[in-house]
Design a protein around this ligand. Structure first.
Ligand code: PLP
Length: 423
């Protein structure tokens, strides 16, 4: 465990929700891939905004509106620095990864006025019939279903890079799918269903070299392995606040301005226009053009506080800690009879997903809950992946900086007891 990681009582006072009993045992919260908990620093930042500065942004000359606007823009600047954006990039606030990826897939496949209206003429969609979109078989539904619809709308074709039998995704599997028709390549930085961490750096670079627009779903990476945007061949990257110690209902799409400029705005209305007549409108510059309506200002402030929290603890320390927990859990669970851990080989992951012969994951989850251990069971919104590598739903434990090796031991004991009881 890294020096700067708080431990024991310090951790439960930093994360008040952890200081409770469930099923008569101290809570072991191992559902962090679904949602992480928030530290006091983040809760305090949001409370400060709501009790001192709360007002709508951009439209007011009064002091609170100006303070709120400044805080919102300061949050944007902090998050751009956090993800390693440079002057080529811009960050658009969204409600989370799902909205970010929908904005990309729909924004590229709908006809509209991507870079400012006013001329009245609708431009054809960026994606055209005969184009190809490549995704991987590891994706969360949020990085698959929007592309399925985009192909139907545009007449493009969806192609899927397949993993090997253990769920590994290799650059060599991508190579044959990249052709002059490939317009988009969309990939996860870590598969939430299996815990596989694909070599996304190399795969994005291959796709960029082939002329594709590259999209990275970083939802499962931001809490421990923040991809450094400017050093990646990545045009657009999506993430969620609630998976990185921040609030729910806030996230971002960050990427190159020229890529964001291609997106047809989906949220039309206030704050995203320069002027409006009865029959026409001129759109604002980025990022406002893609942020129509009143944004989640408090959420943006909480998200920036979460980024500050992660940097304060140290990204390397968090990554080393969650990876050690994952390795501990994967090794111990694999040693149990009848238990198969998916992506046993994975590195750079905080997720351990497993199946047990003849026992349903929901039953395991219920037994674990009775012992105060929170895990997730089911398809994890990654049904095609799990059908391929697990042949059904799984039980998934996922780790954050506040988890401990004792909790991993409790998980393993709990699974062993569940198997004994249920088989
Ligand atoms: N992508 C991945 C890899 C995820 O794990 C998730 C959520 O579990 C999402 C996308 C969707 O994130 P959200 O529900 O925050 O929009």
């Amino acid at each position: 465990m890294g020096d700067r990681l708080p431990s024991g009582d310090a951790m439960t006072s930093a994360f008040p929700v952890l200081a409770q009993q469930v099923g008569g045992r101290p809570l072991a919260y191992l559902d962090n891939a679904a949602t992480t908990q928030m530290p006091l620093q983040v809760l305090d930042a949001m409370r400060r905004f709501d009790t001192h500065d709360r007002a709508n942004i951009h439209r007011g000359v009064h002091t609170l509106s100006q303070r709120a606007t400044d805080a919102h823009e300061a949050a944007r600047a902090r998050l751009k620095a956090f993800v390693g954006a440079d002057e080529r990039h811009e960050l658009v606030f969204t409600s989370g990864t799902t909205e970010s990826l929908n904005l990309v897939a729909q924004g590229l496949s709908l006809p509209g006025m991507p870079s400012g209206g006013g001329e009245g003429a609708l431009q054809p969609a960026w994606l055209r019939p005969g184009d190809e979109i490549v995704v991987s078989a590891l994706e969360h539904h949020a990085n698959l279903v929007p592309w399925q619809l985009a192909t139907r709308r545009s007449g493009a074709r969806l192609r899927v890079v397949q993993p090997d039998a253990e769920g590994r995704l290799a650059p060599e599997a991508l190579a044959p799918l990249l052709t002059p028709r490939t317009r988009v390549f969309a990939l996860t930085a870590c598969a939430n269903g299996s815990g596989e961490r694909p070599p996304y750096e190399a795969m994005l670079a291959m796709a960029r070299d082939a002329g594709a627009l590259t999209v990275l779903d970083a939802a499962q990476a931001m809490a421990h392995e923040v991809p450094a945007l400017a050093s990646l061949a990545c045009d657009l990257m999506a993430f969620s606040g609630h998976k990185m110690y921040g609030p729910m209902g806030i996230g971002a799409l960050v990427g190159r301005r020229d890529a964001l400029d291609r997106l047809v705005p989906l949220r039309l209305g206030g704050d995203m226009v320069e002027w409006v007549s009865q029959t026409d409108a001129g759109f604002a510059e980025l990022p406002q053009r893609l942020e129509g309506g009143t944004p989640n200002v408090c959420g943006a402030i909480g998200l920036a506080a979460a980024a500050q929290f992660i940097d304060g603890v140290g990204r390397d320390a968090i990554a080393a800690h969650v990876e050690a927990l994952r390795e501990h859990a994967a090794a111990a669970l694999s040693a149990l009879p009848g238990v198969r851990v998916l992506a046993r080989h994975a590195h750079g992951s905080a997720i351990v997903s497993f199946v047990v012969d003849d026992v349903h994951p929901h039953d395991i989850g219920t037994v674990l809950d009775g012992r105060g251990i929170a895990v997730r069971t089911g398809w994890h919104c990654a049904q095609p992946l799990l059908e391929r590598v697990a042949h059904g739903p799984t039980t998934r434990a996922s780790f954050a900086l506040y988890n401990t090796h004792d909790e991993v031991e409790r998980l393993v004991e709990g699974v062993a007891a569940a198997v004994e009881m249920l088989r």
